[in-house]
Design a protein around this ligand. Structure first.
Ligand SMILES: [Fe+2]
Ligand SMILES: [Fe+2]
Length: 284
């Protein structure tokens, strides 16, 4: 796929907000509020993905680094626009969707290059690109289909998505630590094992739930375990961030922000789980 110039996606924020008032006022506020919060969170995440890509690309691929930097600026602009609006819709929503589609295409193009060994000399794991592409696709899906499904299915769907993400975060941290950091590597490995197990179980429960059981109380117990383990992983990430800031941790993290980024994603998962507790698991 040829390189694309995304300058047309860079827009005038004030102009967009003013033009959009009429459209924005036609959207139901409660639906829009949830969507707006999601959009603010994920747009910040996309902005940081672009930065991590830029930092991890090989030095001789200035074209791709410039493209990543453009995405970083684009999502920073969208983030500012989202902070200044109280409703999400109209052209701002369309712009966000277009930016996301372009960014997903960019990530997939990078993954194709990595898988074909055509991007030597960088520091981007193919699984990391796959991981952040999945996150972008989830965001795009949320923007196009915000309505809730059956609560049990929705809960298990969240867990299937996020537990895999959490497992991969632990694996990325393990792989970015210096080999001398044995204690932290062992802790990260322990989280990989725990979250692999939880992820597998969530997949199985999701499959069982497709039979539409009248109740499924085991999911409630499982959810409590997921919350406890995610809090532990979240604290591990927060501690890693502090250590990186204080230069007390050896590794090849391109920026301490990476540890904070994955900590925020763990908090997002915990926030979403909180919507389902304490009476989540046996509802229909
Ligand atoms: Fe992310
Ligand atoms: Fe992530």
């Amino acid at each position: 796929m040829p390189n694309q110039d995304h300058d047309d996606l860079l827009f005038d924020e004030q102009d967009l907000l003013e033009e959009d008032q009429e459209l924005l006022e036609s959207i139901p506020p409660d639906l829009d509020e949830t969507l707006l919060q999601e959009a603010r969170f994920w747009t910040g995440i996309m902005k940081e993905h672009a930065l991590f890509i830029e930092l991890g690309l090989p030095a001789d691929r200035r074209d791709l680094r410039a493209e990543a930097a453009r995405f970083n600026r684009l999502f920073a602009r969208l983030e500012r626009a989202l902070d200044r609006t109280s409703r999400l819709g109209g052209r701002l929503l369309q712009h966000l969707q277009r930016a996301l589609v372009a960014f997903i295409n960019f990530k997939e193009r990078l993954l194709r290059l990595l898988l074909a060994c055509r991007l030597p000399g960088g520091a981007l794991y193919p699984l990391l690109i796959d991981h952040i592409t999945r996150e972008a696709k989830r965001f795009l899906h949320l923007l196009s289909k915000p309505e809730l499904e059956n609560r049990l299915h929705a809960l298990l769907n969240e867990q299937v998505f996020w537990l895999r993400v959490m497992k991969e975060h632990a694996a990325f941290v393990r792989q970015l630590l210096d080999p001398s950091e044995r204690t932290l590597i062992a802790q990260a490995e322990e989280f990989v094992i725990i979250f692999s197990r939880l992820s597998e179980t969530a997949n199985e429960f999701e499959s069982m739930a497709s039979a539409n059981p009248p109740s499924f109380n085991t999911v409630r117990r499982f959810t409590n375990e997921v919350i406890q383990q995610t809090i532990a992983l979240r604290n591990f990430k927060a501690a890693a961030y502090e250590l990186l800031l204080e230069c007390q941790l050896l590794g090849i993290f391109s920026s301490p922000l990476l540890a904070d980024h994955i900590r925020r994603e763990a908090d997002k998962f915990l926030g979403e789980l909180a919507l389902f507790t304490p009476t989540e698991a046996n509802s229909k």
